[in-house]
Design a protein. Structure first.
Ligand SMILES: C[S@@+](CC[C@H](N)C(=O)[O-])C[C@H]1O[C@@H](n2cnc3c(N)ncnc32)[C@H](O)[C@@H]1O
Length: 180
């Protein structure tokens, strides 16, 4: 996906930041650049909201996007034109949800943007990062705000030796590499 296509989807199709997508476009553009190289076959998203990021993963993933939210009735994005994402409604921390997601593993790319307490973000990492293949990537969103869970989780992962790239604009996005 080139920059022109990114802008068309972000601004025209999704209505721009804070419309159908809760992302800083500069940060998301960097993620898209990484996915252009990674070329995910299967992607997992935790935290859909209206579906803006799910639409990007759908367009960048060749086989299947699995996306989880506790309330999928909020989705307003039109997913037509490509293989539809598999939407799973449920609490990401619940055993039943984890079991449903595991049925479609392994994943090449995981995007964690669900509950933003430390407990939920940590649970999402513990449950779903092991479903990402070696050499895959985990995106952790909202790592900028020091008071929020993703910030603390990222600091812990750094101490454990995980390599990551961080794009710190309005929100803060980290891409964590899963070692081979
Ligand atoms: C920040 S929004 C996701 C934004 C979306 N990725 C985007 O960029 O447009 C967070 C979403 O996570 C969902 N969520 C929060 N806690 C959750 C949980 N424990 N399990 C599943 N979904 C959860 C909320 O319902 C909300 O839709």
């Amino acid at each position: 996906m080139d920059r022109e296509e990114f802008d068309r989807i972000f601004d025209e199709e999704l209505g721009g930041m804070s419309a159908q997508i809760a992302q800083d476009p500069i940060e998301l553009c960097r993620v898209v650049g990484r996915l252009n190289t990674l070329r995910p076959v299967r992607t997992l998203e935790i935290g859909i909201n209206l579906g803006g990021t799910t639409r990007f993963w759908q367009l960048l993933t060749s086989e299947l996007v699995v996306a989880v939210d506790m309330d999928t009735s909020k989705i307003t994005v039109d997913f037509s034109g490509h293989a539809p994402p598999l939407l799973i409604q449920g609490d990401s921390t619940a055993h039943a949800t984890v079991a449903k997601v595991r049925e479609h593993a392994p994943y090449d790319f995981l995007w964690i943007d669900g509950g933003h307490t430390y407990e939920i973000a940590k649970s999402d990492w513990d449950n779903y990062a092991p479903m990402v293949r070696p050499g895959g990537v985990v995106g952790l969103h909202d790592v900028k705000a020091e008071a929020e869970g993703p910030y603390k989780l990222l600091k812990e992962l750094q101490l454990k030796g995980f390599f990551h790239e961080a794009f710190i604009g309005h929100k803060g996005t980290a891409l964590i590499s899963i070692p081979f």
